[in-house]
Ligand binder design. Structure first.
Ligand SMILES: Cc1cc2nc3c(=O)[nH]c(=O)nc-3n(C[C@H](O)[C@H](O)[C@H](O)COP(=O)(O)OP(=O)(O)OC[C@H]3O[C@@H](n4cnc5c(N)ncnc54)[C@H](O)[C@@H]3O)c2cc1C
Length: 349
């Protein structure tokens, strides 16, 4: 039972399609038929890629792997009865399961935030909503060759979150909207003293220079406590107005699954062993953003790890099926980040 069509599971499905696991009946339970390759999202926003290039159609992929697909959200997993609860359907029993359901975004529970902001999670919904807004501003117009009706109009965008995603979205929206003939006024809000607060000093200096050069306004040491229509409500000072409010405050665990027998860390992520199996439960795996490895708690919520876990997860699922010993997953210590700044420019970290 594969739950979620995340970065690791799409690889398991691809490998199962090439070499089906003998004797196994594979079921994919996923809430949306399309998965998004998150690393390309800022590139889509910048206009570097068409949206279709960043999407993975998981249903045909699953069918190629000989898996049946249940297109519905899983609501809980009982690791003792080995049963998955699914919205609007009877529960399904499993022998082996893997969870790759990603994460949510912090602060969605604050008043007005879920209703009035464009939250980066679920990422598929974020990309659809953002693209629809951009398309509405820039209607295809054969005669003028694109941006017509709104050309020259000012558009105020406030991005909340000074991490990699928030910074990339601030820059790529600035570039995309400017190139569509609009006059974007971008504000980046962070509760830290500066954006990318954890990055090396040289990176932060370069970023600050690009922020100034692109006329992006900064509100640092500002915590947003709520939102209303066109307004963000900070912990101090005047409300911050914007035509688009983008919520990119970093990952938070889903409430799903909430069964009390599941071990979670203090943040609420599912705890897994080096085999990527849940603490206390053989044959139930969790990977990507939803899991935290007990031996490597420092691993950030980044797609790069979910991608690297894919082939490893496939091997360990096969090992469980065949009764072979499982291999330990050792996460890489570091990785290259390329922050898309729009205009074909990137900052390497
Ligand atoms: C704007 C942005 C840019 C980013 N850029 C990068 C980057 O460049 N590099 C990088 O390493 N990381 C990046 N990240 C972080 C990255 O998105 C995550 O770390 C990554 O998506 C996690 O992958 P995953 O496999 O855990 O889950 P996801 O890829 O999020 O997949 C989750 C899957 O589970 C499904 N699902 C969710 N809930 C349920 C449910 N209850 N039942 C059934 N199915 C469910 C979803 O539909 C989806 O198929 C970025 C994040 C954002 C927001």
């Amino acid at each position: 039972m594969l739950v979620g069509g995340g970065h690791a599971h799409v690889q398991v499905l691809k490998r199962f399609a090439m070499r089906p696991p003998p004797g196994a009946r594979v079921v994919l339970v996923v809430d949306r038929p399309i998965a998004v390759y998150s690393g390309m999202v800022p590139g889509v926003v910048a206009g570097d890629y068409r949206i279709e290039e960043a999407l993975i159609d998981v249903v045909p992929l699953a069918r190629r792997a000989g898996a049946s697909v249940v297109l519905a959200a899983a609501t809980d997993l009982d690791p003792v009865r080995r049963e998955l609860s699914i919205e609007g359907r009877p529960p399904l029993r499993f022998d082996l399961a893997s969870l790759d359901v990603g994460s949510s975004v912090r602060g969605l529970e604050l008043p007005g935030v879920a209703e009035h902001t464009l939250a980066t999670r679920p990422i598929g919904r974020f990309v659809e909503r953002l693209e629809a807004r951009i398309a509405a501003l820039d209607p295809p117009d054969a005669e003028s060759g694109g941006a017509g009706a709104q050309r020259g109009a000012t558009i105020r965008v406030v991005v909340v979150g000074g991490g990699a995603a928030g910074c990339e979205l601030a820059f790529t929206l600035e570039s995309r909207l400017r190139r569509a003939g609009l006059r974007p006024r971008i504000t980046l809000v962070t509760s830290d003293a500066e954006p990318l607060a954890g990055a090396p000093a040289a990176v932060r200096r370069r970023l600050a220079a690009r922020i100034a050069a692109r006329d992006i306004a900064l509100r640092t040491r500002t915590r947003i406590l709520g939102a209303a229509a066109g307004l963000l409500l900070p912990d101090a000072g005047e409300p911050i107005g914007g035509d688009w409010l983008v919520w990119a405050t970093g990952a938070a665990p889903h409430a799903f699954p909430s069964h009390p027998a599941l071990a979670r860390d203090d943040d609420g992520y599912l705890l897994v062993r080096d085999s990527l199996e849940l603490v206390g439960f053989d044959g139930i795996f969790a990977v990507g953003d939803c899991a935290r490895q007990v031996a490597h708690p420092w691993v950030p919520r980044a797609g790069v790890y979910a991608v690297r876990q894919g082939p490893f997860l496939e091997q360990n699922l096969r090992a469980r099926l065949d009764g072979r010993p499982l291999a330990p997953y050792r996460p890489q210590r570091d990785f290259l980040s390329l922050l898309n700044l729009g205009d074909g420019e990137a900052l390497a970290v």
